[in-house]
Design a protein around this ligand. Structure first.
Ligand SMILES: NC(=O)C1=CN([C@@H]2O[C@H](COP(=O)(O)OP(=O)(O)OC[C@H]3O[C@@H](n4cnc5c(N)ncnc54)[C@H](OP(=O)(O)O)[C@@H]3O)[C@@H](O)[C@H]2O)C=CC1
Ligand SMILES: Nc1nc2c(c(=O)[nH]1)N=C([C@H](O)[C@@H](O)CO)CN2
Length: 236
């Protein structure tokens, strides 16, 4: 029986690393993309994960990774675009330059990879699945993150248009996380404020996102959908 193949970006740490580890344990062939590796990812490489350098801001880097993927596999069952650049609207970068960065990471690189790997994902018996990691802020933006939110909103729209375009051979869905895991840069005050705005009121970690991903993998009748995993923050 042919081995399932996962391609996941932003795999050096946090949620991307968890996804790579999870599917490796399930016996999948895992192709992990990131700008650099990490000690944790190196450990997974030692267990069989294929790491490819891929900078979502650099088209040449993405094209090189795509060539390497096409040389290694003849089909892909799951493609997870997790890579993300998260920042407030910059004082240093103007809207043009900062949106250039956000759009490359959240829109252009995912689109370039999706279009190129679509033939490897297409299967009428068991459609390949593309999952975009989006954000609840895509639908209900935060002023301080206006440019980040705009790029994630574009990713949401791309999710739906590609789901229409490539059905029934490929399914395309997004996951919209809420405050699942803070960054070290988040102050105690930030954390308290955010959790105060979240009805379930706690930092859930990445496991709920993994459960959402598994649901999308398992449920063959879901495409063009966005799954919110946010402790209720988007309705507060
Ligand atoms: N954590 C949370 O609470 C929330 C997360 N999300 C979304 O969920 C996803 C996972 O979240 P989380 O793990 O916290 O994300 P991170 O902020 O940890 O970023 C994910 C990865 O993106 C990679 N990355 C950044 N820039 C680039 C680039 N130019 N090219 C390639 N990779 C890049 C980083 O790896 P490296 O630097 O090694 O390249 C990093 O490992 C993200 O898409 C995020 O936007 C949404 C809302 C809330
Ligand atoms: N790439 C990332 N995007 C986002 C993160 C993150 O850690 N990495 N975190 C959030 C949370 O909503 C956080 O800001 C708490 O509200 C949004 N996007």
């Amino acid at each position: 029986m042919q081995m399932n193949t996962l391609v996941v970006s932003g795999a050096s740490r946090r949620f991307g690393l968890l996804v790579a580890e999870h599917y490796l344990k399930l016996g999948w062939q895992v192709i992990a993309l990131s700008r650099q590796s990490s000690p944790e990812l190196d450990t997974l490489v030692g267990k069989g994960v294929c790491w490819l350098a891929c900078d979502y801001e650099d088209k040449a880097s993405v094209l090189t990774a795509l060539k390497q993927i096409e040389e290694q596999v003849s089909s892909v069952q799951l493609l997870v675009h997790n890579a993300s650049y998260f920042a407030v609207d910059s004082e240093e970068l103007d809207a043009w330059d900062q949106l250039e960065r956000f759009n490359r990471v959240h829109v252009q690189a995912p689109a370039l990879i999706n279009y190129r790997l679509q033939p490897l994902l297409t299967n009428l018996d068991q459609p390949g699945l593309i999952v975009h990691l989006s954000d609840i802020f895509a639908d209900r933006p935060r002023a301080v993150h206006a440019r980040y939110c705009a790029s994630k909103a574009a990713l949401e729209n791309l999710t739906k248009s590609l789901a229409l375009k490539w059905a029934p051979g490929v399914r395309v869905n997004s996951i919209q996380p809420g405050p699942v895991k803070f960054l070290p840069s988040h102050s105690d005050a930030d954390r308290a404020r955010v959790l105060g705005e979240t009805p379930l009121g706690y930092e859930a970690g990445f496991e709920p996102l993994l459960k959402a991903l598994e649901y999308l993998v398992d449920n063959q009748f879901v495409t063009g959908s966005s799954l919110k995993v946010d402790g209720g923050r988007s309705i507060a």
